[in-house]
Design a protein around this ligand. Structure first.
Ligand code: NAD
Ligand code: WQD
Length: 341
């Protein structure tokens, strides 16, 4: 199977590319490097022994995208390429719309301008649920409570993908609504590369542990949870990568049927911020300097997935432990300072 991976040098895309190559898929990576480093390509090759095809293309550039599709038939496309900062999206909603929705529209237009049958997997997010009244969150929970322009781009992309599947006979698609991906590859050759001060908890923890940040601020400890801190569903990056391959395989087995569906990808277990910090400390035998601060605007109290739909329909479920994710995240942080090598 010939698979196009958009955003394939990013955090989730690079781990998925490695798993695809390890399983014998032929892949082409497209990335504009807005939030990634070209060295990731070399490290994907180091891990797998295979140099994937790479094109530096911005998905907003329809001419370049069309050229790529003129020379290739992709049986599968995993579409990661997007901007993902909730904060930045509040400051630059137009950029997020143009990049995330515009890029997805271009991609759909070039796919559907061809006759070749393509299975598309789209990176959606648990952010589409906002603060759900129902926990664990299942796929029927409402998506009308989105807090950010970033989140709006995700639900809009899901909608335009659904429309395209209905309209064009050569396209089937799945949207995967990820909960909180964490960890790094066991080789420590690829991982998360945050730009500037991290917004997400794990890179903030690892940067504090290594001394880049003085202390971690826990955003509030008076939420109505078991220890007052927010609850999330943290999912090992390797398990998440494999969810894409299971989804592609699921679609490739479907014959003579149109399919669009969407699935939660998490572990199904909620962990508080304090529990996660304690696990990080125990797993890696170190102490994190932290204080309790104000609540972060827009944070939701609790979000964890009901994963029965993906388990039943696709057969995917998470296998790796959170402590393994915390160990690999720390190993990766220690290596990043040597990323040149
Ligand atoms: P990332 O920023 O590490 O990777 C995204 C990649 O896409 C980057 O390499 C970036 O350079 C590239 N890119 C962005 N815009 C592009 C464009 N117009 N053309 C070509 N390349 C472009 O992010 P990630 O964490 O790997 O996330 C991957 C996807 O998963 C994103 O769509 C994100 O919204 C979604 N997602 C991420 C999380 C998370 O917590 N990391 C959670 C839910 C959903
Ligand atoms: C996790 C918990 C914070 C940093 C983000 C995106 C969302 C989706 C998933 C992409 C929260 C707390 C964090 C810190 C802290 N991504 N925290 N101190 O909030 O679940 O969501 O990732 O689609 O759109 O918003 O993840 O890692 O930012 O925070 O106390 O310095 O850690 O309050 O409870 P979140 P996160």
């Amino acid at each position: 199977m010939n698979v196009l991976v958009t955003g394939g040098l990013g955090f989730i895309g690079s781990h998925t590319s490695v798993e695809l190559l390890n399983k014998g898929y032929e892949i082409t990576i497209v990335d504009n490097l807005v939030n990634s480093n070209i060295k990731v390509l070399k490290n994907i090759q180091k891990i797998t022994g295979i140099k994937p095809e790479f094109k530096e293309i911005d998905l907003r550039d329809k001419k370049e995208l069309t050229k790529l599709f003129e020379c290739n038939n992709f049986d599968g496309i995993i579409h990661f390429a997007a901007l993902k900062s909730v904060n930045e999206s509040i400051k630059k909603p137009k950029l997020y719309k143009e990049n995330n929705i515009g890029g997805t529209k271009n991609l759909l237009e070039v796919i559907t301008s061809k006759k070749h049958r393509t299975n598309l997997i789209f990176s959606s997010s648990c952010t589409v649920y906002g603060q759900s009244k129902k926990l664990p969150i299942d796929e029927n929970c409402p998506t009308n409570n989105i807090e950010s322009p970033y989140g709006e781009t995700k639900i809009k992309c899901e909608e335009i993908i659904l429309e395209a599947v209905k309209k064009y006979s050569n396209l089937n698609a799945i949207s995967l609504r990820y909960f909180n991906p964490i960890g790094a590859h066991e080789s420590s050759l690829i991982g998360e590369l945050p730009n500037g001060i991290p917004e997400n908890l794990i890179p903030y923890i690892t940067q504090t542990a290594i001394g880049i940040r003085n202390e971690l601020t826990i955003f509030g400890n008076d939420y109505p949870t078991r220890d007052g801190t927010c609850i999330r569903d943290y999912i090992h990056i390797n398990d998440l990568a494999l969810a894409h391959i299971s989804s592609l395989n699921f679609l490739s087995k479907v014959k003579n049927k149109k399919i669009y569906d969407f699935f939660n990808v998490g572990t199904g277990k909620g962990i508080t911020v304090l529990e996660l910090i304690n696990m990080f400390e125990q797993t890696n035998s170190l102490k994190i300097n932290y204080k309790i601060g104000n609540k972060r605007k827009g944070d939701i109290t609790s979000a964890y997935a009901d994963i029965s739909k993906i388990k039943t329909k696709i057969g995917w479920f998470s296998k790796k432990s959170i402590s393994d994710a915390l160990k690999t995240a720390w190993e990766w942080q220690k290596r990043i300072s040597n990323y040149e090598n």
